[in-house]
Design a protein around this ligand. Structure first.
Ligand code: F6R
Length: 615
């Protein structure tokens, strides 16, 4: 949830750390801090607010600090302790020997704190992190200044999840890291070492990255990286080359990352389809290589994810179900899957979908499935992420780095891959007809141009957002393939515009929610021209009869729909199963322009962070 940056090299560290924090600010942005060296001491600067304010404060530090060739920084999403300067990281031990930043939750912090306080150590924050900091200082003293031994003992004592990045006052030029449960990536560019929570922070320096494994530590210095297990034993490690371009993580001329990323969706889809299909055939076997004959033995398929990624799996379920009614499909949010007694085993295939590959619930769910002998596949956007390293097979999404907190292009990357995966699996199972395969592949191939035409309706959608942004809330309704999109549309509206938004299967409205409707609650109805058009239009009529203003998404040429809504956005026709690929774009634009009209902080909405690495 928080963003960490560390540097040990020959150049002034402050600019590198501020830049790294700015690139990771989407991970958490309630407060920020930095620690630098000056005259044998470690000096910290912290603020409540954004990284740009930290940069202003850093400029006022003594010039020696600005020359410091090593340092660590942090941008916080508060878990333990309020959002104050005192609780912001870095934290310092009472003897000023240890300064550290932390991402995660130290579960036994109260116990450690009680123990240390009874020994006379005075704590000054309400954070769980301070317990790790104070304890490390004590252990370091007890080990006679042996950093490796102190780190080993610290990691033995801590429970919970942590990525820790540490400076010792008497070890200039060295930074120590430890990882359990929270991501941390390191790199050496030949003259300096770096660490960060997120690879995008390191791409301006190198593309060769060393991701820390679970229960692994690292020592960073200008001479390179050294890796150790929590037991203190040295380890070798190969770097992974990440072919992301640092420009991909820049906003360019756009006002918001979210807007830029929405516009990249046709390219994401095109890239994915080109990478995994040949003319009218799925060619996913190259990147998935499941054991031969596996799909013939699989009796059930499970899709597991959180948030927008979960809605992507609902799209996959609908496509799979439409093509093969016999296979048992289960779709579950990871936060529930992990606590339910879900059936698994060798006749089950589970597909875990996570943009970041670091979502705590999704990782826990995958571990549970593996322990049951279930075959596990991951779809993730981040090579080297925890889920990538923990499951049998990973299929990388080709969306590139996504910086806006609200997922847009990664949703597109996920549904593109999921559609191809579903077809591949059914082909292996022998239940995908050649005509369905050709129909869907050609539908996907022609989709980017159609998506582009919807992106070009931005002015029209902005005008509708301006008209409806004063609503007290929204109801998103639709049937079958539209239902996942009602959820995604409502989520986008909630997370960036902060407006109450419900998603409902249109046929369910009259079982209760219709009571909420009046002239101040806007209904967004998804009504593509399919066999369910008439039924959905009846549901829309029921809403209008309760005076709810109605905004409809309808298929190009469906002139009859015009009279059925107050406003209408026409979008191109597609194969019914592929409607989510086109329908999601106006919903993203509607949420975006509503949020903009309301003056919201679109790329960094309140109370959120990009990856949820705590439970
Ligand atoms: C919404 C959003 C979140 C994520 C969810 C899962 O716009 O971004 O709902 O989809 O936190 O994250 P990943 O996919 O990283 O596991």
């Amino acid at each position: 949830m928080c963003g960490i940056m560390g540097y040990a090299g020959g150049s002034p560290a402050s600019g590198i750390i501020i830049e790294g924090l700015a690139r990771q600010e989407y991970r958490g942005y309630d407060s920020a801090g930095i620690a630098l060296r000056s005259d044998g001491k470690i000096i910290s600067a912290k603020i409540v607010g954004r990284v740009s304010e930290l940069a202003d404060k850093v400029r006022e530090l003594p010039s020696k600090c600005l020359e410091s060739a090593s340092g660590i920084g942090h941008t916080r999403w508060a878990t333990h302790g309020g959002v104050t300067e005192t609780n912001a990281h870095p934290h310092e031990s009472a003897d000023e020997m240890v300064v550290l930043v932390h991402n995660g939750i130290i579960e036994n912090s109260t116990e450690i704190k009680d123990e240390l306080e009874s020994g006379g150590i005075i704590f000054s924050t309400q954070t769980d992190t301070e317990a790790a900091c104070q304890l490390l200082a004590v252990l370091y003293g007890q080990c006679g200044g042996d950093a490796l031994e102190a780190m080993h003992r610290l990691t033995e004592r801590l429970t919970g999840a942590f990525a820790l990045v540490i400076m010792f006052r008497d070890r200039p030029g060295e930074i120590w890291c430890a990882r359990r449960g929270s991501p941390l990536v390191t790199a050496w560019d030949g003259s300096a070492s770096y660490c960060a929570s997120d690879p995008t922070a390191l791409l301006s320096y190198t593309h060769d990255l060393c991701f820390l494994e679970e229960d692994e530590m690292a020592r960073l210095s200008p001479d390179g990286l050294k890796f150790y297990g929590f037991d203190g034993n040295a380890r070798g490690k190969k770097s992974i080359r990440l072919n992301w371009d640092s420009v991909m993580a820049d906003k360019g001329h756009y006002e918001h990352f979210m807007r830029k990323e929405m516009g990249e969706q046709p390219d994401v889809l095109r890239l994915t389809v080109d990478a995994h299909t040949i003319v009218t055939n799925v060619a996913l076997e190259k990147s998935i290589s499941l054991p031969k004959g596996l799909m013939k033995k699989i009796r059930r398929v499970q899709f597991v994810a959180c948030g927008t990624s979960y809605y992507a799996t609902l799209v996959a379920r609908d496509i799979m179900e439409s093509l093969d009614g016999d296979i048992e499909i289960r779709v579950e949010t990871a936060s529930e899957y992990r606590y339910r007694n879900v059936r698994g085993g060798g006749d089950t295939l589970a597909v875990f979908v996570s943009q970041s590959g670091e979502t705590a619930d999704t990782l826990a769910a995958a571990r549970i499935a593996r322990a049951k002998g279930t075959h596990c596949i991951a779809i993730t956007n981040v090579r080297g992420s925890t889920i990538d390293r923990e499951v049998e097979h990973t299929i990388l999404s080709l969306a590139g780095p996504e910086i806006g907190v609200a997922a847009t292009k990664t949703f597109m990357g996920q549904i593109s891959l999921l559609a191809l995966l579903v077809m591949h699996l059914l082909k292996e199972r022998g239940t995908l007809s050649a005509s369905d395969e050709a129909r869907l592949i050609s539908g996907l191939r022609s989709m980017p141009a159609l998506q582009q035409s919807v992106l070009e309706k931005e002015r029209e959608i902005k005008a509708l957002a301006d008209k409806y942004c004063g609503s007290k809330g929204f109801f998103f309704i639709g049937r079958r393939e539209c239902v996942p999109l009602t959820m995604e549309g409502a989520l986008k509206m909630k997370e960036i515009a902060y407006l109450p938004s419900e998603a409902y299967a249109a046929g369910e409205m009259k079982h209760g929610p219709i009571a909420m409707l009046d002239e101040q609650l806007t209904v967004v109805a998804l009504v593509p021209d399919t066999d369910l058009r008439e039924k959905t239009l009846s549901n829309v009529a029921e809403c209008r009869a309760r005076k709810a203003p109605t905004l409809m998404l309808a298929s190009d040429g469906d002139d009859g729909a015009r009279a059925c809504a107050d406003d209408i956005i026409f979008i191109p026709r597609t194969e019914p199963e592929l409607f989510p690929f086109i329908g999601v774009i106006p919903l993203q634009l509607l949420a975006y322009h509503t949020a903009k009209a309301l003056g919201r902080d679109i790329d960094m909405p309140r109370n959120l962070a990009k990856s949820v690495t705590v439970e």
